[in-house]
Design a protein around this ligand. Structure first.
Ligand SMILES: [Zn+2]
Length: 261
């Protein structure tokens, strides 16, 4: 029996952060960098001068730059051509900033529908976060409706439960926290976030990843080709993956390789 609940270097859990609007991210990026965690920043806009692009590229260099549409409308209220226009215009600017393909998204105002999902996919988007808090730790079935664990205001009370029994198979794997940096207004707000990071960071059983890194890893795992006797593993992807056999053996299958055990 093969199970997928193993992450890079055999880690058992994942922590990710996801922040929208990009209006005052500097102190939050600094805090994330201090605790060595990874975040995804979903940014609006369609134009930026060279100097600002360079500044933002530097700011987000340890994190992921992701879409949030050009002008932050409500996608479910738009004709689909406007959805496509809003996404592509935003991507064109963000890719000048990031210098890599920007294919992640969080729905502005959490607004989406089946039709919006199709329009997003047609615009090159591969995952998109909602604002439906699950208060749980499960990985998404559908990355275009990626429901987070919770907003940062609700995260602190879940931290102890998540870090307890990190080897247990009975608990979910992913703690996904979202919010806006402009919501940090008082010292108490910053103290709360610092406490969350104190509890969740620096643990060698946790993989700290951006949203896209998680998407890429899970897709690589799900595309493994496995023999019927579950002794031969072919990894056709460009990402190293790990799986667990019979609740005991952890197997590393490097990108593009076949591993026989
Ligand atoms: Zn927003």
């Amino acid at each position: 029996m093969i199970q997928y609940n193993i992450f890079p270097e055999g880690k058992k859990r994942i922590v990710t952060f996801s922040y929208d609007d990009g209006r005052c991210d500097e102190p939050l990026v600094e805090l994330f960098n201090r605790y060595n965690v990874k975040a995804t920043f979903h940014l609006n806009g369609s134009e930026m001068d060279e100097e600002e692009l360079l500044e933002k590229r530097k700011l987000y260099s340890k994190h992921e730059i992701s879409c949030h549409t050009a002008r932050h409308g409500w996608p479910s209220r738009m004709p689909l051509q406007s959805v496509v226009g809003e996404v592509l215009t935003n991507r064109l600017m963000l890719e000048k900033m990031a210098l890599y393909p920007v294919v992640g998204m969080s729905y502005p105002s959490g607004s989406y529908s089946e039709a919006v999902i199709e329009a997003m996919k047609a615009s090159g988007i591969v995952y998109s976060r909602t604002i439906k808090n699950t208060m749980g730790f499960e990985l998404p079935d559908n990355f275009m409706e990626w429901h987070p664990t919770c907003h940062h205001n609700q995260a602190l009370k879940l931290c102890d439960g998540f870090i307890r029994d990190l080897d247990s198979q009975w608990r979910g794997s992913l703690f996904y926290i979202w919010g806006h940096s402009h919501e940090f207004k008082t010292e108490d707000d910053w103290n709360m976030m610092t406490l969350i990071l104190e509890k969740l960071s620096g643990n060698n059983k946790i993989w700290y990843a951006t949203n896209y890194e998680i998407y890429r890893y899970i897709n690589a795992q799900r595309s493994l080709v496995i023999s019927a006797d579950e002794n031969v593993f072919y990894n056709p992807s460009s990402t190293d993956v790990w799986v667990e056999k019979d609740k005991a053996l952890i197997i590393h299958i490097p990108a593009g390789k076949t591993v026989t055990i």
